[in-house]
Design a protein around this ligand. Structure first.
Ligand code: FAD
Length: 364
């Protein structure tokens, strides 16, 4: 028998947008639940975004279930700022009285058989005691697990290396020679900003793919949903367009300055820079890795369900190998467009419905 400090029916790990959306539906279903989050303040990953970060969709296309994100004031560009998103998530949590405990970091999730109705009971170890729960929902996003590609000589490079997860503003790079690596939206936006003050080169594996100027996040989401629905049942992968670059105003501005050209990757680092594929050496002050993230799920290691790519086998949001375990918000593999504010509600609702049915079955 395991002695736990706390007991709950449903434990949600992570209280960013995904955890809050799950909490909204768990509350509506009348379930007993707790959310744990390792940050000191609300907002999930958003407080770690760079200072100028804005959503690429308007407020009314960026809402969690139940309550529309307030529109920015009329003199604003219409796309909510990072801080507006943090305010929204902070108020959302209060509005629905979601029981978030923070900062609490989850270290490990293990199976336990000591609860009555033992199928799907878990012991969850945290830095603030042990929890026992009948069901666990992972909603930990990915910002804690940035991907940095490895190159020969990297450890000896004397310049600055920074992942977009740590990037805040361009000022520290003023006057420097900077490589921005990565062909996604983060790469394009960081390049746009840093190229205003530094000499930049954009390094991408392939030519970046830009969306038409009039396609913002809302259009993208609507089009992708239509195509996804049309394919549903055919087991086809959803369209890749959510990964293309949205021409937000700073990226358009950088295009106007001729800054969006890109080159293919260098082959190795030197102490002072890099060596390109043609053998040319170049001095570089800083490299900003905009090379993405993996799911932050290391606490599941003991369950033996983590694949080498960092994912878990799921049907929708439900982990297929472990009864009582759900994963919400990690992207299309856990629910179509679930890594967006507008998309996560659907996955959260489905997960809450499944959890309710699961608890009813194990608690008889
Ligand atoms: P997170 O926001 O990362 O929240 C997870 C929480 O869990 C965090 O507080 C984390 O610290 C915590 N946590 C992690 N591990 C543990 C642990 N072991 N124990 C306890 N707590 C833990 N989406 C949109 O909808 N529109 C946009 O315009 C948009 N623009 C974006 C621009 C950029 C540059 C980026 C990077 C993302 C953007 N996104 C956008 C996507 C969206 O912001 C993220 O996918 C979102 O933050 C994911 O929310 P989440 O709740 O799943 O994870």
């Amino acid at each position: 028998t395991v002695s736990a400090d706390f007991t709950t029916d449903v434990l949600v790990i992570g209280a960013g947008q995904s955890g809050l959306a799950v909490g909204y539906y768990l509350r509506r279903a009348g379930l007993n639940f707790v959310l744990l989050d390792d940050q000191a303040a609300p907002g999930g990953a958003w407080p770690h975004g760079w200072n100028s970060l804005r959503l690429f969709s308007p407020a009314d296309a960026s809402s969690l279930p139940g309550w529309l994100m307030p529109r920015p004031s009329a003199n604003d560009s219409g796309f909510p700022t990072r801080d507006a998103v943090i305010d929204y998530l902070t108020q959302y949590e209060q509005r629905y009285e979601l029981p978030v405990r923070r900062p609490v970091r989850v270290a490990a999730v293990r199976r336990s058989s000591s609860l009555s109705g033992s199928v799907g009971s878990f012991v969850v170890e945290t830095d603030a005691g042990t929890y026992q729960a009948r069901a666990v929902v992972c909603a930990t996003g990915s910002w804690r697990n940035p991907i940095v590609p490895q190159f020969p000589g990297q450890a000896d490079f004397g310049g600055v290396q920074l992942h977009s997860a740590q990037y805040k503003q361009a000022a520290p790079f003023a006057g420097q020679r900077v490589l921005v690596v990565g062909s996604g939206n983060s790469g394009a936006q960081v390049l746009a900003e840093v190229s205003q003050v530094a000499r930049t080169t954009w390094v991408t594996q392939e030519e970046p793919r830009f969306l038409p100027d009039d396609v913002d996040g809302r259009v993208l989401f609507t089009q992708a949903t239509q195509r996804y629905n049309a394919q549903a049942g055919a087991a086809a992968a959803p369209p890749a367009t959510l990964g293309h670059i949205v021409m937000v105003p700073p990226v358009k501005e950088a295009r106007g300055r001729g800054m969006l050209g890109s080159v293919r990757p260098f082959v190795r680092f030197t102490q002072t820079g890099v060596v390109w594929a043609d053998g040319r050496e170049e001095a570089v002050d800083a490299v900003i890795w905009c090379t993405g993230f993996r799911p932050a799920l290391s606490f599941l290691a003991g369950l033996g369900v983590l694949h080498p790519n960092g994912r878990v086998a799921t049907a929708g949001a439900r982990a297929t190998a472990v009864p009582g375990l759900w994963l919400v918000g990690y992207g299309t593999w856990t629910g179509f467009a679930s890594a967006t504010l507008i998309g996560v509600g659907r996955s959260a609702r489905a997960a809450a419905d499944e959890i309710k049915a699961f608890l009813e079955a194990v608690m008889v």
